[in-house]
Design a protein around this ligand. Sequence first.
Ligand code: OSB
Ligand code: MG
Length: 354
Amino acid sequence: ITIKEIGLKTMRRPLKTPFKSVLQQVDEREVIVVSVRDESGHIGYGECVAFETPWYTEETITSCRFVLEHVLLPLLKGQNLQHPKEVWELFNAVKGNRMAKAALEMAVWDLFAKQQQQPLWQFVGGTLKAIPAGIVVAADSAQIEERVAQANNAGYKRIKIKIHPDTDPSMLKSVVNSYPKLLFFADANGSFNKDNFERLKEFDDVGFALIEQPFGEREWVLHARATAQLNTKICLDESIASVEDVQQMIESKAGDIVVLKMSRLGGWTETLKVVNLCREHSISMWVGGMIEFGVSKAHNLALASLPSVDYPGDFSASTHFWEKDIIQPAIIVDNGEIQLSDQIGIGYTVNLAE
Ligand code: OSB
Ligand code: MG
């Protein structure tokens, strides 16, 4: 197929409720929706999910807009492609900027799936059709109990709680014990360090299925120590920004589980390499969220359909963050699951009206 036209559209919407983590409070979200059109009129969509400032990854929505417009679009426009994997190679001369690359590359995967008249999840080799949902409680300690109760009432079977060294493990333990049928994750977003390593151990018997990213991105040694010393599984999120990072994690025994963030990895091609590597080494995986809209979510749902992506990801209903999503129909959670669409490509209609 030939890439005839590429569009960039900025979408900005308030969150229904502030998202509070140890790193940042997010009240409003801006993303860039990327569209690619081929000669037959099919349109593929991607969503650039970098944040406004570099509080989570180095890229920002402004840096991505610049790189997309001035560097990546000219490399892709007019190209004749046999397979979407070729996009990663086309972008080879551009250093880093994986979130910008991912948005465009993912749009091309959607386009190819549509051209093949296949749902994206089938096109990438997915098999699971009912994706287990997962919600994130990102609030002050005083609100955790109430938010968990709301999530349980909404049917979620997996709840991830944001923690930091000042969170009270006994409070968490009583919350977790109240819901023996639910699966609980903890996400520390790198808020622990070598000086409070012992404090991390106090979270070991809370009952979490895993603790996500206790230490900083490059803290392989500390993560290896935690993996060896805690009974709770250690899961890496921020640390995993490339195939090489997964290799590093395996070699240094720095974790048991990997969070797949397709945006941070640079799109489908790199993510599928990570999935294969984890599979070879029997490393568990799940799909992480970025407080994103439905285009990114739809790609992520297709990723979660792959065999061996075996833990429930950050998949909440469209209405959790948004008054109105940018896709139709909205993503709904029913009895703790999201049913994949049978429509071609990402499986949803995209509505870019303000
Ligand atoms: O650390 O997983 C994270 C959201 C923004 C930035 C970082 C993270 C998150 C989440 C996922 O926790 C929230 C979601 O989109 O469901
Ligand atoms: Mg995380």
